[in-house]
Design a protein around this ligand. Structure first.
Ligand SMILES: [Zn+2]
Length: 261
């Protein structure tokens, strides 16, 4: 697979994405032209609102069924197009269905295999897992366009086990949840976390490696392509290690070398 340009679509409610820095990161890593754009859903119409509302998941234990949205749900999406921060509760969406709606928003002349599109969203994208028969939050949907969910990055990899145990036992005793959060602070990503941009770099690499080399994930925890199921692993791979393993670095180096041939 060859690409000549990457398009990044911003999620304005999450400034910690730091999109211009991410664009520079991609430019210097892949030596490819990168264009930053505003939120892809901005100025979308009611038909798109209806399609997105129909991707909602109501029963995480059942595979996807098209949801017949209510007028209120459609209105919510429309309002969300203009101001994406207007999300009170976390709503689960089927990530692959959501990706299909986003795909339709990209014009045909830009939808060539040489143009790679990456769309940021604060919506929680999920996918159904037939191994345990339930939906799980996902940070990235690898395809073209790829979807990176900032809420997925924060919610999908699990927080430390002790955190949950302490939370459960303390809630029963009526103790302060805030103090527990404080105790574990730094051990997992929070909303508006300044480390988000650096962590997103790893997810950008996953999306691009999947598209270019059909390889999104790595077995090695030291590699930024490691598929983290725990926040502690995510922190380790993306922040402490923060680089590709030798094998994946070589794949990238070869790609860049071939660009200049
Ligand atoms: Zn690797």
């Amino acid at each position: 697979m060859k690409i000549s340009k990457i398009f990044l679509y911003d999620e304005p409610s999450v400034p910690e994405i730091n999109i211009s820095e991410l664009a520079d990161f991609l430019k210097s890593t892949f030596k490819i032209d990168v264009e930053v754009r505003k939120n892809i859903l901005r100025n979308s119409d009611e038909v798109t609102a209806q399609k997105i509302a129909s991707c909602r998941i109501f029963n995480p234990r059942k595979p996807f069924e098209i949801h017949e949205p209510t007028l209120e749900e459609i209105k919510f999406e429309q309002e969300n197009f203009e101001d994406t921060s207007r999300t009170e509760n976390i709503i689960m969406y089927d990530g692959f269905e959501f990706q299909k709606v986003i795909l339709e928003l990209i014009s045909d002349n830009e939808l060539t295999s040489e143009n790679f599109h990456i769309v940021f969203t604060n919506k929680l994208t999920c996918s159904y897992d037939f191994n345990d028969y339930r939906y799980h939050g996902r940070a990235v949907i690898c395809s073209n366009p790829s979807i990176i969910s900032t809420t997925g990055i924060i919610e999908a990899p699990a927080k430390p086990r002790d955190y949950y145990m302490e939370l459960i036992s303390n809630i029963r005793q009526g103790l302060n949840v805030k103090s527990i959060k404080k105790k574990y602070s730094g051990k997992y990503l929070e909303y508006n976390d300044s480390r988000l941009s650096k962590i997103i770099q790893g997810y950008l690499l996953q999306a691009l490696f999947y598209y270019l080399f059909e390889e999104a994930f790595c077995e090695l925890r030291e590699c930024v392509l490691f598929n983290a199921h725990w926040q502690s692993d995510l922190m380790y791979s993306q922040l402490e290690s923060g680089k590709l393993c030798d094998n994946h670095q070589k794949i990238l180096d070869d790609f860049v070398k071939n660009l200049n041939l």
